[in-house]
Ligand binder design. Structure first.
Ligand code: AMP
Length: 426
């Protein structure tokens, strides 16, 4: 039997690591400059936290969580997203006494039992950003801006925001009634899922992808026509701030997002090459969530961005990450005495900060030099009987194919002088 990575998971091979390192390093740098601090939360939590925080009537809780009983009989769930865990930690550590807003970010794997396809996995990484404590629509703008900044910095083309408001506990119930009433004339046309959703989580009918539901959705009343005065004011202010920054956005009345906790602003960022179904990030405001999880009433706004999707987009748009540091010197040897000298020299080079490797397995010099070439080394050092006797090393410049002898005492400094920029192993 041959083992395979579980469905919906993927190995990240060495050649893909430059993308991962680059994307995560740029993310950390940019969110850091906006004043967000990194926060680590467990990969698993009590199932109850997600059931309550994400919402019982969401796809995630209904059918996507990796839930199991641990050896102590507790129901545990692998995190399907970060927000509920971060809010649990915010409450647990009394973080509300910190200067407001408390701005946090996290990076790590999340888990959802979804139907795998391009850009959709069962284990996927997220950058999660939260700004906790302020109602001000300028905080919504800040969170949206940092998302935008990351994609622009990575070189994504044709960025745009999709924007909607899902109202608050004052106006959302009224809109739900209007929506459900509108759907009464269409019950025979819409899919079974939507028929069910009308009873459990009616807003979700708006993001149904079934063809027969599309004309019904197109004629559905808009949430933004049913906002209370406060939500309408918040939404108008956010749009005027986006206009001030010249950020393009599309009012998308179908954008409700899967999670229960959103209030007021919901948004996604779309980029070229990722397709309308595949936002690079999604987020919004969740003013009731902390209270729902047992904390004091505290507003918040945030977003999550899938890292695999960012990497797919980079590849589709032909954007190359910078190479990772790799050794540039290869030590080749012939004979046992030279091998021992090579091992000693390798130690000296590494201690001096010169990245180097040696050939193993006593292969022929020719085979060792071929390996040095395949690994993209800048120099190959050759140690044989001649070189040992003369107290020298033969240095082969792998790009130019030229050789010269250098004194063994001076070889470390010689290489340090010539090697400056790190180079990538192909
Ligand atoms: P969500 O937590 O559903 O709002 O998703 C936030 C972001 O995470 C999305 O915009 C995607 O970039 C990413 N994402 C969500 N689900 C998946 C998945 N199954 N596989 C890969 N990326 C995902």
């Amino acid at each position: 039997m041959q083992y395979k990575a579980p469905t919906g998971t993927q190995d990240i091979l060495p050649e893909d690591q430059p993308y991962w390192r680059y994307v995560i390093a740029r993310m950390r740098h940019i969110v850091g400059t906006y004043g967000f601090q990194e926060m680590g939360v467990p990969i698993f939590e009590d199932t109850f936290l997600f059931a309550r925080g994400v919402g019982e009537a969401t796809d995630i809780v209904e059918k996507e969580m990796y839930t199991f009983e641990d050896r102590g009989g507790h129901s545990i769930t692998l995190r399907p997203e970060f927000t509920a865990g971060v809010m649990r930690a915010y409450i647990e550590h009394g973080m509300r006494v910190r200067p407001s807003p408390v701005k946090l970010y996290s990076i790590g794997p999340t888990f959802r039992y979804e139907r795998p396809q391009a850009g959709r996995y069962r284990q996927f990484w997220q950058l999660n950003v939260e700004s906790i404590g302020e109602q001000d629509p300028a905080t919504d703008l800040e969170v949206m801006s940092v998302a935008w900044h990351i994609y622009a910095d990575l070189g994504f083309r044709e960025l745009s925001f999709q924007l909607n408001s899902t109202g608050c506990p004052q106006c959302k119930p009224g809109y739900k009634q209007v929506l459900v009433a509108y759907y009464q004339d269409h019950l025979h046309v819409i899919c079974d899922d939507c028929n069910r959703r009308l009873g459990t989580n009616p807003l979700r009918v708006l993001d149904c992808k079934q063809p027969q539901c599309q004309p019904v959705i197109a004629g559905a009343p808009h949430m933004t026509d049913h906002l209370c005065v406060e939500c309408a004011g918040h939404f108008a202010a956010l749009q005027s701030y986006l206009d001030d920054l010249d950020r393009p956005y599309t009012l998308n009345h179908r954008l409700v997002r899967g999670l229960d906790y959103y209030t007021k602003t919901v948004f996604e960022v779309w980029a070229e090459g990722i397709g309308a179904q595949n936002a690079v990030c999604g987020g919004g405001r969740y003013d009731g969530l902390i209270e729902l999880l047992g904390g004091p009433p505290t507003p918040g706004v945030g977003f999550a961005s899938g890292i695999e999707r960012i990497i797919l987009t980079l590849k589709q748009q032909g954007i190359e990450p910078p190479p990772l540091p790799a050794p540039r010197v290869f030590l080749a040897y012939r004979g046992e005495a030279a091998k021992r000298a090579a091992i000693r020299l390798l130690g000296l080079l590494r201690e001096a900060g010169v990245g180097a490797v040696m050939g193993f397995g006593d292969r022929s010099l020719k085979a060792q030099l071929r390996q040095a070439g395949r690994q993209g080394m800048a120099y190959a050092l050759v140690l044989g009987e001649d070189e040992l006797a003369a107290g020298q090393v033969t240095v082969r410049d792998m790009t130019r194919g030229q050789q010269e002898r250098v004194a063994r005492d001076g070889i470390v400094a010689w290489l340090q002088n010539r090697l400056t920029a790190p180079r990538h192993t192909p």
